[in-house]
Every structure is written in structure tokens, then in C-alpha cells.
Design a protein around this ligand. Structure first.
Ligand code: UT7
Length: 337
């Protein structure tokens, strides 16, 4: 049975990165590593990190303001807020609730966080699509913001080289012209390989119990090799299937804007799609892996730098802890960023 759903318009996108830059050379002060090792293995030269009392809230706030401005919607037009983060500064109040207050969005609309790690933006877009498609909400603000640097184990050279902080935001709304900006979208997960990347919450048992559990350290732990293998075997095929379900061929899509996890993973997807370098947006060199924020940062920066022409189409894809993954073929209208 085919269900007809209301079309969605991507109305505005924004991003924000903190100003503090940490280069590969800087990391050599923390442990035995080199710019050459990090760059050849990952494509990363530097990353941005929050400093002092700056958090994912501040980054998300600025990204959201930019997305709202581009969209032409006012805070009072937003009727749902979804925040995606794997490193929110507080578990609750959720980032979405805090953002509602800071942005002046009316206090009578739903606001909630989702955790789908680096796939958070695609998951949030899928949820927003369901809400808008069913006519439940009309205009949704998605904020993807992470300050990974606060949960990174800065003594672990195999993980701390990868991550950076940043935020992206998207305003999506019911499309008034009948054109759907989501040509296809799909998300997935496989919890049976969940321990490939994990962060155990700190905490302790009730002091009255006889047996205490071990205390989590609240830091990112990762089996990098197996995450790499998972990404290069699962994601390129998934991306190709997503393009097929849009009724398109890879060459019909103008750009690949992937999650920025590792340049070699990006190249594996590029090679599967047989894309030239001009079609592939990568800025991992300057930001590292900013989790859920990496796709919107790459998208908007790509437009700012003239590498992405709007009035075009793009395949977005994300993957990360869970393990989760997802992809969407989207229409990028003029003026969205
Ligand atoms: O959103 C998803 C997030 N995660 C990912 O995308 C991670 C995907 N995986 C990767 O990007 C790669 O696995 C890494 C870049 C993290 C690591 O590369 P690798 O080729 O898998 O290295 P490895 O962990 O197997 O380590 C190889 C060697 C080891 O030395 P030995 O045991 O062979 O003597 C490590 O101790 O490299 C050593 N090593 C380092 N050396 C210099 C590990 N980290 C470093 C480092 N600098 N930073």
C-alpha cells in the first residue's frame, strides 16, 4: 500500500565551529604521534575544539540562528525542535529544551534530543519527514551539535586524533509548492556490533547494595579497525541503494556530502559511485570528525567556498556509534545557505 505524505522543503541550513584550532603538531605534545601518521591514516590536519565554558549549546545556538535567518522563519513559527548529539553538555534538560528557551521558541511546542551518534542528522531528518509528512508539525528545527572534545580520552592517541567540535542546523517545513526536497531517505542500525564504539556513563550504585558495578569513565572508546571495516563494507552499498530508491543513477546526483569520519572512508564511497573529486565534498582536513554536525558543516561551507552550486541534488550519508547509518538524496534549493 503506498501512503501519500506531505512534501518537505529544506528551508535553511547553518553551521558554527569554535575558534580554537588544535593541529596534528599540537597533539604531539600529548603523546607519541606525528602529523604524517595522522594525515595519511585519516586525512585530518587540524580540528576545532570548545574552550572554557563554551559548549555544544553555544555552537548549536549560533548554527540555529543562521538556519532560521536563511529559512525566513521566526522562532515563533517553529512547532517542533529535534536535537541530535552524542556529547550534549547535559543529559537533561535536553539540548532541544535549552535551545527552545535560548532561541525564544514558544514554550508550548515539543523539544527532544535523539542519540544516533554521527548518523544523528539523517535520523533527525527522517523523524522530521515523518512528522511533516503526516501533517503533525509544519516547521521543524533540527540542531546537530557535538562537543566531542569533552568526552574524548586525550591520552588515547587512536581516538583523540579523530574528533572535533561543531554544530549544524536545518529548518525543514511543509513544502508549499508541492516539491519534495527529500527524494529518498533511509536509516538503519545494528546493535549487535554496538560495542565497536561506546561511552559508558559515569555513575555509581546505591551505597546500600553489597555488590557495586564498575564505574564508567564517560569517554569515547573505539575499535578503530573494525569501525573502518564496517564503514567501507556497509556505507558505499547503502548509499548506492538510497540513490536507486530515489529512481536515480549515481551520475544523476550532483554531490556526495558524506559524514566526515576518515578521508579513506569518503574515498571508498566515492569510488563505489565512480564520482570525480569535484562531486565529493570533504573538509575533514580542517575539522576532523564533528559527529552529527559534519554533514551540515560540509554542506554550508561547500556552498560558501563555491564548491557546491545550489539548485542541485546531493546524497548525504552518515554512520557511527550504535552502530547506526543512514542516507538521503536531497534537493538543495537556491538560498538555503
Ligand atoms: O564516526 C565513526 C568514527 N570512527 C571512525 O571512523 C574510525 C575508523 N577507523 C580509523 O579511522 C582508523 O582505524 C584509525 C585512524 C583510528 C586508526 O588507524 P589504523 O590503521 O586502524 O591503526 P591501528 O589502530 O590498527 O594502529 C596501528 C598502529 C599501532 O601500532 P602497532 O601496534 O602496530 O605497533 C598503534 O599503536 O599505529 C599505532 N597508532 C598510532 N601511531 C601514531 C595508533 N594511533 C596512533 C597515532 N600516532 N595517533
Amino acid at each position: 500500500m503506498s501512503v501519500s505524505i506531505k512534501p518537505l522543503k529544506i528551508a535553511g541550513i547553518g553551521y558554527c565551529v569554535p575558534s580554537t584550532v588544535i593541529t596534528n603538531e599540537d597533539l604531539t605534545k600529548l603523546y607519541d604521534t606525528s602529523d604524517e601518521w595522522i594525515y595519511t591514516r585519516t586525512g585530518i590536519k587540524e580540528r576545532r575544539v570548545v574552550s572554557g565554558n563554551e559548549t555544544a549549546i553555544d555552537l548549536g545556538f549560533e548554527a540555529a540562528q543562521k538556519a532560521l535567518k536563511k529559512s525566513g522563519f521566526r522562532p515563533e513559527d517553529i512547532d517542533c525542535i529535534i536535537s541530535a548529539s552524542s556529547a550534549p553538555p547535559q543529559l537533561y534538560p535536553t539540548m532541544a529544551c535549552t535551545m527552545q528557551d535560548k532561541l525564544g521558541i514558544p514554550g508550548n511546542v515539543p523539544a527532544f534530543d535523539i542519540t544516533a551518534a554521527c548518523t544523528g542528522l539523517i535520523y533527525a531528518l527522517q523523524i522530521a519527514r515523518g512528522f511533516i509528512g503526516a501533517g503533525i508539525y509544519k516547521t521543524i528545527l533540527i540542531i546537530a551539535s557535538d562537543n566531542n572534545s569533552k568526552i574524548t580520552d586525550w591520552e588515547d592517541r587512536a581516538t583523540s586524533i579523530l574528533f572535533g567540535d561543531g554544530a549544524g542546523a536545518m529548518v525543514v517545513t511543509e513544502s508549499k509548492d508541492g516539491v519534495d526536497d527529500i527524494l529518498s531517505i533511509n536509516v538503519s542500525a545494528n546493535g549487535s556490533i554496538g560495542q565497536l564504539i561506546y561511552t559508558d556513563m559515569p555513575g555509581q550504585n546505591c551505597p546500600l547494595v553489597t555488590q557495586a558495578d564498575k564505574v564508567g569513565d564517560g569517554k569515547i572508546h573505539m575499535n578503530g579497525k573494525d569501525v573502518y571495516k564496517f564503514a567501507v563494507t556497509t556505507v558505499p552499498r547503502y548509499v548506492e541503494e538510497c540513490i536507486e530508491s530515489a529512481g536515480m543513477k549515481a551520475q544523476d546526483v550532483d554531490y556526495l556530502i558524506p559524514h566526515q569520519a576518515n578521508q579513506r572512508i569518503i574515498e571508498a564511497i566515492q569510488s563505489r559511485l565512480k564520482y570525480s573529486d569535484e562531486k565529493v565534498i570533504s573538509n575533514i582536513k580542517y575539522y576532523g570528525n564533528t559527529s552529527a554536525a559534519s554533514i551540515p558543516i560540509a554542506l554550508v561551507e561547500g556552498v560558501e567556498q563555491g564548491r557546491i552550486r545550489l539548485d542541485s541534488t546531493a546524497i548525504l550519508c552518515g554512520f557511527g556509534a550504535g552502530m547506526t547509518w543512514g542516507a538521503a538524496v536531497v534537493r538543495l534549493r537556491e538560498g538555503i545557505c
